[in-house]
Design a protein. Structure first.
Lengths: 318, 185
């Protein structure tokens, strides 16, 4: 798909993200419905296709998801910055970085975000913030030392794109929904193991016959598959946002070469990133935990393969 | 019955007018904000250049032809800026050209390249040059989408009577694309 039109590329990416978010929400609601259905049939009612318990559980799960997302949006950025030890700086600490961030905020037409530095030799960067007016961009000391101005501009533009596209908000909601599905699946499986659901206690399930047993098996399968599927969807969203941010970055700088050569340097750099958490890995410009091989474009990667990202950037006219 | 149909149609038209108006105001405001950003950055460049020229002059010990040219270009850009950025565009383009000559001069003198004050001012000036370019880029993008919006159907029916005229792109003519020559004496 050799396209030089980054506006069209963004449109496609936005649509894909919407589809993925819809799939996640439907998955969570279906799961809740299934649990409610099983609980109701356990309680001795007829197994009805429209279960009132099921509808209630689906609604409750949706509400819980919204509330949890709200809390994460309110406190998430602060936690991530604290966890990554990203210290806020002023212009005197790093004038060039500060200028580059200001340039990119002008190019993106968003307010100047806070600038932060992480004191490590690893090469990486991330953005946080739930709106364009309370955002911040953090880069590592290693990145600052080893990238030239054009490369730094490419990386900062990529992070500014995450801010302008509101990726951090999207990703927070996705992460929370996935976490919720995993939690509910876990509770369901444990309940089954303890025999609260299901046919392990002979006589009671015999009375209701085979329909219920099939339902229990379906629930078991869903409880195992749903968290995996949700996680795969989360990673797919994450990869889509990375492609979109790369395309938007070029829209801002009109210079794909800066980001291309920065990505090459970031991938080649061997310096480890001590103390980085698996919980925040999806935020960074390149994944701080795994090193990249062709296999990383597999289902469970937070980031697309860097070689693939570079190839797409070259298609944008590099 | 027919009265209600008429009322309904009137309400729909009013709602559509409100939405069209708000949409146009939003994108016009964005373009105007971008415009003032260009202005801010141009002024900042006018303030920075005398400092850099002074520092370079001190480091070299004598006034060089490139420096005089930069100062001349800067002064005529300041004079032209009273009329607003659009009228000043040619003067600003000439100043960009002269600034590139100054950077090339710095590059060719190791003693200048190593000077901390020069380095710092050069970074500031590079940053400001970039900000001007990016502000112009964002302004032109905003104006382009505003113009598309006011010319699209059905907004085109209402835009002129609501007072939304066309906006102009801001083009800085690139005088010559050639690499500036530096005279080393």
């Amino acid at each position: 798909m050799p396209t030089t039109d980054f506006v069209a590329a963004q449109k496609v990416n936005r649509r894909n993200t919407l589809i993925l978010l819809a799939v996640l929400t439907v998955l969570a609601a279906l799961f809740g419905y299934l649990i409610g259905w099983v609980v109701q049939s356990e309680a001795g009612d007829q197994v009805a296709p429209i279960s009132s318990f099921g509808v209630a559980a689906a609604g409750a799960l949706a509400l819980l998801s919204i509330g949890w997302s709200g809390l994460s949006l309110a406190f998430g950025s602060r936690m991530v910055n604290a966890m990554s030890e990203a210290r806020e700086i002023t212009k005197d600490d790093a004038p060039q970085l500060f200028n580059v961030v200001e340039e990119m905020s002008i190019a993106a037409g968003v307010p100047m975000p806070k600038v932060r530095i992480m004191e490590t030799d690893a090469l990486n960067a991330f953005a946080t913030g739930t709106s364009t007016s309370n955002a911040s961009i953090a880069v590592t000391r290693g990145l600052l030392n080893q990238l030239n101005r054009d490369e730094l501009q490419g990386v900062v533009a990529h992070e500014m794109a995450h801010i302008a596209n509101l990726d951090t908000r999207y990703m927070t909601v996705v992460v929370v929904t996935v976490g919720l599905i995993a939690l509910i699946a876990d509770i369901t499986l444990r309940s089954m193991a303890w025999g609260r659901f299901g046919g392990s206690r002979g006589s009671s399930s015999d009375r209701r016959g085979g329909g219920n047993a099939i339902l229990i098996i379906v629930l078991l399968v869903v409880a195992i598959v749903a968290p995996l599927a949700a996680r795969a969807v989360q990673m797919a969203v994450s990869r889509q946002r990375e492609y979109l941010a790369d395309a938007t970055s070029v829209q801002f700088t009109r210079n794909p070469n800066g980001l291309i050569s920065a990505l090459a340097k970031l991938t080649a750099a061997a310096a480890p990133f001590p103390g980085v958490s698996r919980a925040t890995q999806h935020l960074f410009i390149v994944n701080p935990i795994q090193t990249f091989t062709a296999r990383s474009s597999a289902l469970m990667a937070t980031h697309p393969d860097t070689a693939d990202r570079i190839a797409r950037l070259r298609n944008l006219g590099g | 019955m027919s009265l209600w149909i008429v009322v309904g149609i009137v309400v729909l038209i009013v709602l559509w007018l409100i939405m069209t108006y708000n949409g146009l105001v939003g994108s016009r405001t964005q373009a105007q904000a971008a415009w003032s950003q260009i202005d801010v950055q141009l002024k900042r460049r006018h303030d920075l250049i005398p400092n850099l020229v002074q520092v370079v002059k001190d480091a070299m010990g004598y006034e060089q032809e490139t420096l005089t040219k930069v100062i001349q270009a800067r002064n005529s850009a300041v004079a032209a800026s009273a009329a607003g950025p659009a009228q000043a565009a040619p003067a600003e383009a000439a100043l960009s050209q002269a600034t590139r000559g100054l950077f090339a001069l710095v590059e060719s003198y190791p003693q200048l390249k190593a000077n901390d004050n020069v380095k710092q001012l050069q970074e500031e000036l590079t940053g400001t040059e970039n900000k001007i370019a990016f502000a112009r880029q964002f302004y032109n993008d905003s104006v382009a989408s505003y113009n598309v919006r006011r010319q699209s159907f059905p907004a085109v029916l209402a835009a002129p009577s609501l007072g939304f005229g066309p906006m102009e792109l801001f083009n800085m003519p690139e005088a010559e694309r050639e690499v500036p020559k530096v005279a080393l004496r």
